[in-house]
Design a protein around this ligand. Structure first.
Ligand code: MTE
Ligand code: HPA
Ligand code: MOS
Length: 750
């Protein structure tokens, strides 16, 4: 079953926000962003901008009809800066004009003078100055303090991790227009239509039922539109509300790159203690999350860093603390993995450090400490259906990794200026929003009189193929062709109070809600079919658009059944509600059972480093992944491929450079390098571990969106291993991303 969007995508017919035909009289908005990272606005003059022909209005905080507040978790973020600015690119005003060109020109004519302050861009500096977004949190198990004395080996180190630009193909955007009687309709490129609706309600000062948010699909979100689409939608809606005209705001790439938050950079210190046989007995780490100028989703991301700080390992004594630090960067936000990758990179660094110091292969320490069935996570959940050991060993056997390593060793002994390296990354990622209450969804299903079916849920299609999975579920359960199922846009008037499509849980939550709705419809239709055919409801099945009883044809078609049911006044509409059972978390104890299940897998990555240039090639990515009983192996493989390459990008090429004044220097595609097809791995193999899949995954098909991102971490260590075989003086350090420039310094450094 291929992706239902594939033809639309390759023929360019799929509709994205900027493709929606605009109404007559539509105005266009452009944003004025701060040009300093920290300061006071001392002069603000719009007179020249307003003289420009075609300019309708300049809108600032002064024009806001409701509250100047868009903070989702914490109320600490204005829509428009009032007197102070806290990051370079912070929105101060929008110009609204008859064309985008004029709107942009108007922005350039607004005169702003600042009293500039020295920005804080380093999270450790922020922490020392007491600049925290929320109080720190600590997860603990056992006692590290009592264990250090029992450890044969103890190692310490520090880790730096850079951020990451989402670089969704479609930039942030929104189109808002008044309908009548104060009702406003908003199209937004958002992962969270309800978040958009709530934010607009607050900023405009109107109730939520007067706001309809509609989303057909996104050209990628990757977390960047979980929360951050809301502010841009509120700007368009505010202008539409004030001017009573349609207003469109689509960010140019440059504005998107400098104004929006990214993956959080983190800085960390670790201490790891091992026994004589390389069991990790104790692990302590403190992480400094670079949150940016407002909380955004940082508190939730900090939480997932805590959850995943021990990676795929069981460590009996742990103590992990995260500080969420307030700096003068754009508020950092959700990005595939949601703080998990940062937690995992630190434990992998600690293990690599121990292995380097002890002179043993990293894999031997990794393997000795992999999580086992019924082990306790440091957050209290007991690990179930654990197959990380199996993934690790299967990867080693199936891909003959011992032989690959010895081939690499041979290659390295025969080549002076080309060195190869190999590293493994075991994966364990928890599925569910860590905030238990967000784990709910609804699905609204209509069966029309001709037997065709319409499905609306709270999920957003952003390229991950969730609409195809939903269509498959409806088609399979009703026994009808996929052409008879339409997955509609996500709309807050049809499905309300949605959680954002995030945490890899979109298909599980909305798919399970759909299953519940379909089961109810099927039960009603089976009763009707039993009555018509004179059989029992339990004997009825729907197969290939026919009704069967006891496995035999009844001559009754699906279409006729639906028509008869309608004639008999049976309701052909159902609303399914799903809330993940079994999960809970007690924040006062930092213990609970927050995840429905975990996703496991192992990746091996082999690279070749050019020791004259510092450049490198990703040769092989070899994965064993637990998909459960995949509902759509083609789509799931696509998710693995995309996530791995994105993860490798974070670990290697992608470097966000800021100057000392907090201005983003890598603010365009010529200065921010993401993996392209030439950089993509020469070989990527991904085999499924043969498992049944957990009950709580929809159709037992495990969530797949984020977990494989973390396989990319192996690329960092593979390159590090290659450098080690060139430069015996190199002391492995942990400073992600491993850009070619950094490689070159390490090839020749002491
Ligand atoms: N795949 C594509 N093509 N585009 C995206 O924006 N987002 C990722 C992942 N895969 C994304 C993607 C992220 S961050 C998440 S949380 C999941 O998809 C969300 O969708 P799901 O819950 O349906 O897996
Ligand atoms: N993952 C992703 N997005 C989220 C989460 C989470 O756990 N919690 C809130 N938003
Ligand atoms: Mo994904 S970072 O949970 O949108």
């Amino acid at each position: 079953m291929k992706n239902i969007d594939s033809i639309g995508h390759v023929t360019g017919k799929s509709v994205y926000l900027d493709d929606i035909p605009t109404l007559r009289g539509t105005l266009h908005a452009s944003i004025l962003g701060s040009t300093v990272a920290s300061g006071k606005i001392v002069r603000f003059d719009t007179s020249k901008a307003l003289e420009l022909e075609g300019v309708e209005r300049i809108i600032t905080y002064n024009d806001i009809t409701g509250e100047n507040q868009i903070g989702g978790i914490i109320e600490d973020e204005p829509l428009f800066a009032d007197h102070e600015v806290h990051f370079h690119g912070q929105p101060i005003a929008i110009a609204v004009a008859t064309s985008e060109f004029i709107a942009r020109k108007a922005v350039s004519l607004i005169e702003v003078e600042y009293e500039e302050h020295t920005p804080v861009v380093n999270p450790r500096e922020a922490q020392q100055k007491g600049l925290l977004l929320i109080p720190p949190r600590t997860f603990k198990m056992g006692s590290v303090d009592e264990t250090w004395a029992k450890c044969k080996y103890i190692f310490e180190g520090s880790v730096e991790m850079g951020g990451q630009e989402h670089l969704y193909i479609e930039t942030q955007g929104s189109y808002a227009y008044p309908i009548e009687n104060g009702y406003i309709k908003v199209h937004s490129s958002t992962q969270g239509p309800t978040a958009v609706q709530k934010t607009i309600s607050r900023v405009l000062g109107i109730p939520m039922h007067l706001i309809e948010v509609d989303v057909v699909r996104l050209g990628g979100g990757f977390g960047g539109k979980e929360d951050q689409a809301s502010g841009f939608a509120a700007m368009a809606a505010l202008a539409a509300h004030i001017l009573q005209k349609p207003v469109k705001l689509v960010l140019p790439r440059h504005d998107d790159m400098r104004m929006t938050g990214k993956r959080h950079p983190y800085s960390a210190d670790f201490r790891i203690g091992l026994s004589a046989d390389y069991k990790i007995l104790a692990y302590q780490t403190t992480l400094y999350q670079n949150g940016g100028a407002a909380a955004d989703l940082s508190p939730a991301i900090m939480e997932r860093t805590l959850f995943h700080s021990t990676g795929a390992y069981f460590i009996p004594n742990t103590q992990v603390t995260v500080y969420s630090c307030k700096t003068n960067l754009p508020p950092n936000t959700a990005f595939r993995g949601f703080g998990g990758p940062q937690g995992m990179f630190v434990i992998e660094s600690a293990i690599a450090k121990a292995a380097n110091e002890l002179g043993v292969p990293t894999t031997s320490i990794q393997e000795a400490n992999l999580l086992k069935e019924k082990d306790e996570f440091q957050y209290g959940q007991i690990a179930e259906n654990v197959n990380i050991g199996e993934c690790f060993r299967t990867a080693s056997d199936k891909y003959e990794l011992k032989k690959l390593q010895s081939d690499i060793d041979n290659f390295n002994s025969q080549n002076k200026y080309q060195k190869r390296g190999l590293a493994l990354m075991p994966l364990c990622f928890g599925i569910s929003f860590t905030n238990t209450s967000m784990n709910q969804a609804r699905a609204l299903v209509h069966i029309y009189q001709d037997g065709s079916v319409s499905v609306s849920t709270g999920v957003i299609e952003m390229g991950q193929g969730v609409n195809t999975k939903l269509a498959q579920i409806a088609s399979q359960m009703l026994g009808i062709g996929i052409d008879k199922v339409k997955i509609h846009s996500t709309n807050t008037s049809r499905v309300a109070n949605t959680s954002p499509t995030a945490a890899s849980s979109g298909a599980d939550l909305n798919g399970n809600a759909l299953v519940i709705a379909l089961k109810a419809l099927i039960a009603r239709l089976k009763d009707v079919a039993a009555e018509i055919t004179g059989s029992k409801a339990e004997q009825i099945e729907f197969v290939n658009e026919e009704v069967t009883a006891n496995g035999k044809s009844t001559g009754l078609s699906w279409k006729k059944l639906v028509q008869t049911a309608h004639f008999k006044r049976v309701c052909l509409t159902e609303n399914g509600h799903y809330a993940t059972p079994t999960i809970f978390f007690d924040k006062t104890k930092e213990k609970g059972h927050p995840f429905a299940y975990h996703v496991y897998g192992t990746a091996a990555i082999a690279v070749t480093v050019d020791c004259i240039r510092g450049t490198y090639v990703i040769d092989d990515v070899l994965i064993i992944h637990d998909f459960g009983n995949s509902i759509n192996p083609t789509i799931d493989l696509g998710q693995v491929e995309g996530a791995v390459v994105q993860g490798i990008g974070w670990a290697t090429l992608e470097e966000l450079a800021y100057n000392e004044k907090g201005k983003l220097l890598s603010n365009s595609l010529s200065t921010y390098k993401v993996p392209d097809i030439y950089f993509a791995p020469k070989t990527l193999k991904c085999e499924a571990l043969n498992t049944k899949g957990p009950e709580l995954a929809v159709f037992k098909s495990k969530a797949v969106g984020e977990p494989p991102f973390m396989y990319g971490i192996a690329a960092y260590f593979a390159i590090q291993n290659a450098i080690k075989s060139f430069n015996a003086n190199y002391k492995p350090d942990f400073d992600l991303p491993m850009t070619p420039e950094k490689v070159l310094m390490r090839l020749y450094g002491g």
